[in-house]
Design a protein around this ligand. Structure first.
Ligand SMILES: *Cc1c(COP(=O)(O)O)cnc(C)c1O
Length: 401
């Protein structure tokens, strides 16, 4: 089938919730993706921060194949070995005591919200708890997760949402403090905001929020779905701040392509949910947990964290020099291999110009291009990306003049 015909048919059958790029992806190798017609792309999006290990990691693929031939699914009425293996990895890496595996990031956020409400209910016997969330945050599209997402356009058409959510300004401690009262069950935020435009938490802010939570016996929920799993150069971004959450949410690179998320908690928060409170038919099945456990094994074997710390400064310098050379680039932010360039216009045309030249980039907020390469990226590919990005910015700026 011709590509145009294929896209037309796909558009008639898939629900129209995305404006997709006219590309039909077929397979990948390392840092590169290929369309069905063989067109090659350098990938600086990793499927929105998912494919941390790059494409075609043989040991990871073999671990999945091995599990497929044993058992895919058990339900949670029984134990399975991969689930314990993956749980041990998550607990060790996050410093949490217990974990619940989900099928997506949004579901992990749902679970974190349920822990917060149950914790408050256990403590007070009351059902009037509130949650403080952040402006410009993103926590997913299910009704609970979207209720704590700081973008009105994502929420409004679906109201009434879950109640008791108040929004503070990210990195403005006074705005959080002003919302605290006796009903505050939790504060939820991304340690490094992704979708909202690549905004890292300021150290004083996140430490201040931790202190407010301690003073009010409220839970600090850190959403590390995008910024976690090595992207910041530490396993989790909160480690860069010396701040421990009570609950942490994971997904995206946890499975490196297999749909698996998790919420993990420590102390009394880890004991809040009891039999009957929460469940999932698929959640934590042997297939996805074998994948997650192998992801952690690959991080060790391939020294992924050391590699991120080696190449991230090079990405930083490269983007700094681009920011210096183009006046339309008005800011450069980020940590590790999660960086963003902010433009003084919506950079959709730059993303399209880069795609034409064989480079996948993804936008964030209305005026940011984010850089989320697979964590195996090398300096050579950062140079390749920079060359195409420069050509693309020049083309779009020239067309505007
Ligand atoms: C992607 C994302 C989510 C939602 O994850 P899904 O798997 O798409 O449901 C939640 N929080 C953050 C920070 C994300 O980046």
């Amino acid at each position: 089938m011709l590509k145009e015909e294929f896209i037309k048919e796909a558009e008639s059958k898939l629900m129209h919730t995305y404006n997709r790029f006219p590309m039909v992806l077929d397979h990948g190798e390392g840092m590169y993706l290929y369309e069905t017609d063989g067109t090659k792309y350098l990938d600086f999006g990793s499927g929105i921060g998912v494919y941390a290990l790059g494409y075609g990691n043989k040991e990871y693929n073999d671990a999945l194949k091995k599990q497929i031939d044993k058992l895919l699914h058990t339900s949670n009425l029984f134990y399975n070995e991969p689930a314990l293996a993956a749980a041990k990895c998550v607990c060790k890496a996050t410093g949490m005591d217990r974990v619940f595996f989900t099928n997506s990031g949004a579901e992990a956020v749902e679970g974190a919200i349920k822990i917060a409400r149950k914790y408050y209910y256990n403590k007070t016997g009351k059902t009037d708890s509130t949650i403080i969330a952040m402006d410009h945050s993103f926590h997913g599209r299910t009704l609970g997760a979207v209720s704590v997402t700081g973008k009105a356009a994502y929420r409004e058409p679906f109201e009434p949402l879950i109640g008791g959510v108040k929004f503070a300004e990210f990195n403005d401690l006074a705005s959080v403090e002003a919302l605290f009262d006796d009903t505050t069950a939790a504060v939820i935020m991304e340690t490094l905001q992704g979708e909202g435009g690549i905004f890292p938490a300021e150290p004083e802010f996140i430490k201040g929020v931790r202190k407010l939570c301690d003073e009010h016996d409220a839970l600090l929920i850190l959403d590390e779905i995008q910024c976690g799993m090595g992207r910041s150069g530490k396993m989790f971004t909160f480690e860069n701040y010396g701040v421990m959450p009570d609950v942490v949410t994971l997904a995206k690179a946890l499975g490196c392509g297999v749909p698996v998320g998790a919420f993990a908690a420590r102390g009394r928060a880890a004991e809040a949910l009891v039999p009957g409170d929460h469940g999932s038919t698929y959640g934590g099945n042997p297939f996805v947990c074998a994948a997650a456990a192998e992801v952690f094994a690959q991080f060790e074997k391939k020294n992924i964290l050391a590699h991120v710390n080696e190449v991230a400064p090079y990405l930083w310098e490269t983007l700094e020099s681009i920011a210096a050379d183009y006046s339309c680039v008005i800011n450069h932010r980020g940590i590790g291999l999660m960086q963003g360039l902010q433009f003084d216009f919506a950079p959709g045309d730059i993303v399209k110009a880069a795609l034409k030249r064989g480079l996948i980039l993804i936008a964030a907020a209305s005026n940011v291009i984010r850089f989320l390469p697979p964590l195996i990226v090398e300096e050579e590919q950062i140079d390749e990306m920079a060359k195409i990005l420069r050509e693309s910015i020049s083309e779009v700026v020239a067309a505007k003049a």
